[in-house]
Design a protein around this ligand. Structure first.
Ligand SMILES: [Zn+2]
Length: 339
C-alpha cells in the first residue's frame, strides 16, 4: 500500500508500506477513504520532535475490510470514524469516560493513517460505524470528528461551557475554532475567540463566536477581564500548548472557573504559586474522542454541525508533501488528503 513517511524533518514522501493484516482477534483492517494533516504533525516536520522514516497520520475515516473473530460492533463494509487514540473500551479508565488514558492505550499516530489501509487494534473500543454509507459531502465533517472536533469538544466540556457561561478560546487553529463550535452547541451565552487572521475570525463567528480579540499574552487576558467586569471568563479553552498561550488562558479564567487545556504542551513551565492563587479548575490532556464520537456523528449526520469547514485545502494523498508545506507556511489551516 501507499503511505506518507517522514524520512527526516521536512522530507515528506509517499511510498510503499507493508500491507496491514489482522494480528489479534480484536483487530480490524480498514481501507482509508480520507485522512488529514494535523497541526501536531508539524512538530516532527519542523524537527521539534524526532523523525526517522516515521509513518505519519492519526486521523481517518474509511471502510472496514476485515475484522478479527472477537470484534462485535463493526463489520466488513461499515463506514467508520476512528479516534486518534486506540482504546479497549472495557477497562475501568475507559468506562469512566477517559479512553484516551486506557490501560491498553496506544496512539493511532504509531500506525500512520495517512495511508491506503490501516490495522486498528481494539476495533470495538476505537471505531464507531456511521448509520449508513455517508454522502460525499458529509465525509469531511466526519473526518473532523476523528481528532480536531473531538479535541475541541473535550476542551469545551472540560471547561464546563454551557448555558449562562462566558467562554474564551485561546488558539485559532482547527481545534480552537471547533472549540468555539462546541461551546455554542453546549449552549454558552458568550464566546470570545482570540484570532488575528481575517479568515479564521470569520469562521470563528460562523461557528458561534460573539467577540473576537486580537491581543495576546497578558494583554489578551486583560482584554477578557475588560469584557467580563474585571472577573475573567467562566470557561476557558486552551488549544495551542505554548508558554504564552497557557499563561494567557490561566489569566483569562475567573476564580472558581474552569480551564480545559487541549493544546499539546511544549516546553511549558508553570510556577506553583501562580496556580495556587489562580484558584481555578483545570482538566486537559489527550481528548477522550471515543466517548464523544456517537454524539458527534449524530450531530453531523443530522446536519446540525459542519465541522469540516476547517479544511481549507484538499489534495490527493500523493501530494501530501505540498499539504505539509502549506500548513507549515500557514497558507492552510487544515489539509484533507483524499484516497
Ligand atoms: Zn481501556
Amino acid at each position: 500500500m501507499r503511505g506518507v513517511v517522514l524520512h527526516t524533518p521536512g522530507d515528506v514522501r509517499v511510498e510503499d508500506r507493508e500491507d496491514p493484516a489482522i494480528i489479534e482477534a480484536t483487530d480490524a483492517v480498514i481501507r482509508i477513504t480520507s485522512t488529514c494533516i494535523c497541526g501536531s504533525d508539524l512538530w516532527p516536520y519542523r524537527g521539534i520532535e524526532p523523525a526517522d522514516r516515521t509513518p505519519m497520520g492519526h486521523e481517518f475515516v474509511g471502510v472496514v475490510e476485515e475484522v478479527g473473530s472477537e470484534v462485535i460492533t463493526v463489520a466488513p463494509g461499515d463506514f467508520v470514524v476512528g479516534s486518534f487514540v486506540i482504546s479497549d473500551g472495557t477497562c475501568q479508565i475507559c468506562r469512566s469516560g477517559y479512553p484516551s488514558s486506557c490501560v491498553n492505550r496506544s496512539f493511532t499516530g504509531e500506525i500512520g493513517t495517512q495511508a491506503e489501509y490501516a490495522r486498528i487494534p481494539y476495533a470495538d473500543g476505537t471505531l464507531v460505524a456511521t448509520p449508513d454509507q455517508p454522502d460525499a459531502d458529509l465525509v469531511p465533517h466526519l473526518l473532523a470528528a476523528s481528532d480536531v472536533l473531538g479535541t475541541g469538544w473535550f476542551g469545551a466540556v472540560a471547561a464546563q461551557a454551557g448555558p449562562g457561561k462566558t467562554v474564551a478560546v485561546v488558539g485559532d487553529g482547527a481545534v480552537g475554532l471547533l472549540a468555539v463550535l462546541a461551546a455554542r452547541q453546549l449552549g454558552a451565552e458568550r464566546i470570545i475567540a482570540f484570532s488575528r487572521h481575517p479568515e479564521r475570525q470569520a469562521l470563528a463567528r460562523d461557528f458561534g463566536a460573539t467577540d473576537i480579540l486580537t491581543e495576546r499574552g497578558d494583554a489578551g487576558a486583560a482584554a477578557v477581564k475588560e469584557l467580563t467586569s474585571g472577573l475573567g471568563a467562566h470557561s476557558v479553552i486552551e488549544a495551542v500548548g505554548t508558554q504564552e498561550s497557557i499563561t494567557q488562558a490561566i489569566g483569562s479564567t475567573r476564580p472558581g472557573g474552569h480551564l480545559g487545556f487541549v493544546g499539546v504542551s511544549h516546553n511549558v513551565t508553570l510556577p506553583g504559586i501562580d496556580l495556587f492563587f489562580a484558584q481555578i479548575n483545570m482538566l486537559g490532556g489527550p481528548a477522550p474522542v471515543r466517548r464523544f464520537l456517537p454524539d458527534l456523528i449524530h450531530r453531523i449526520w443530522t446536519g446540525t454541525i459542519h465541522p469540516g469547514k476547517v479544511f481549507d485545502l484538499t489534495l490527493p494523498l500523493d501530494n501530501a508533501a505540498d499539504g505539509y508545506r502549506a500548513m507549515d507556511q500557514r497558507r492552510a489551516t487544515k489539509v484533507l488528503l483524499t484516497l
